[in-house]
Design a protein around this ligand. Structure first.
Ligand code: GLP
Length: 267
């Protein structure tokens, strides 16, 4: 894991946007794994900015989102499809036909939809760069604590904590989903490169478990310790409980100087 500690959330978004843009300039037909949540919003804004003012194109890009609520219509403002259109896809030149979410309509079997999603990812050649946020309880996608570390796309029941965390997006009279279709942990681990963003003090406990704790299903993000190519971008507050912080900062300086000599490696 490369742990990068930046001074604030804006710097996290700017650095993430540079990494995504770097990959797309190297390989415009990349397959991106996309995430939702409030942390990603600043990143999408930066990418839109680069599209509008710096020639960044998504014309050849395909994307697969991590998750989607079950029982929420795709055109509902609360669906992750609406979030992605509103915050990102409507403002860039991506072909929406090439943007996928694990959406399951009321009359479809979620198990078949999940299998089809896995197959679509495989047919696209796999995910080149998987973006991730981090749940306060250590979840990635909607893989809640106790999720199988070998899991594939499937239905997950949300924890009370996750429902509370996401409740701000639903008004009191609105139906709030308890279920979602999410890429599994093994699906995420198949991504060639992973970029996780976490900001704010509320994430500090999950960050320390993910980076310095044991690999355990009780902190699904800790599985990333076994991935070959993970970058974790943190702001100062999210990094505040890390014990090994001096080393991460020192190693980051060394890595930056290696990158300026040899370039960034995209697997
Ligand atoms: C939701 C998403 C996750 C995301 C998490 C963190 O639960 N399913 O993929 O990582 O929110 O969201 P936020 O960035 O709002 O803290």
């Amino acid at each position: 894991m490369e742990i990068v500690i930046l001074k604030n959330a804006a710097a996290v978004a700017a650095t993430a946007a540079d990494l995504v843009a770097g990959l797309l300039s190297h390989r415009p037909a990349s397959v991106l794994g996309l995430a939702t949540g409030s942390t990603q919003l600043a990143l999408y804004r930066q990418l839109v900015e680069k599209h509008c003012h710096a020639g960044l194109s998504f014309k050849q890009t395909r994307s697969f989102n991590l998750d989607e609520y079950l029982g929420v219509a795709a055109n509902s403002p609360q669906s992750y499809r609406s979030y992605m259109n509103r915050e990102f896809f409507d403002h860039i030149d991506i072909d929406k036909q090439n943007t996928f979410l694990p959406f399951c309509s009321d009359n479809e079997n979620p198990r078949l939809v999940a299998q089809r999603y896995e197959q679509q990812i495989r047919e696209a050649g796999g995910i080149d760069l998987q973006l991730l946020g981090l749940g306060v309880n250590g979840h990635i996608g909607f893989n809640e604590p106790s999720s199988s570390l070998a899991s594939r796309t499937r239905v997950k029941t949300l924890t009370q904590q996750t429902m509370e965390d996401n409740s701000g997006l639903f008004s009191s009279t609105e139906f709030q989903p308890k279920l979602a279709l999410t890429m599994g942990i093994a699906t995420i681990m198949d991504g060639k490169e992973v970029l996780l963003l976490a900001t704010g003090k509320r994430k500090a406990a999950a960050v320390i478990q993910m980076v310095e704790g044991p690999v355990t299903a009780m902190c699904p993000a800790s599985i990333l310790q076994l991935h070959e190519h993970v970058t974790v971008l943190l702001d100062d507050a999210a990094a505040s409980q890390l014990e090994n912080r001096d080393y991460y900062e020192w190693a980051y300086q060394q890595n930056e100087s290696l990158k300026s000599r040899f370039g960034v490696f995209h697997g």
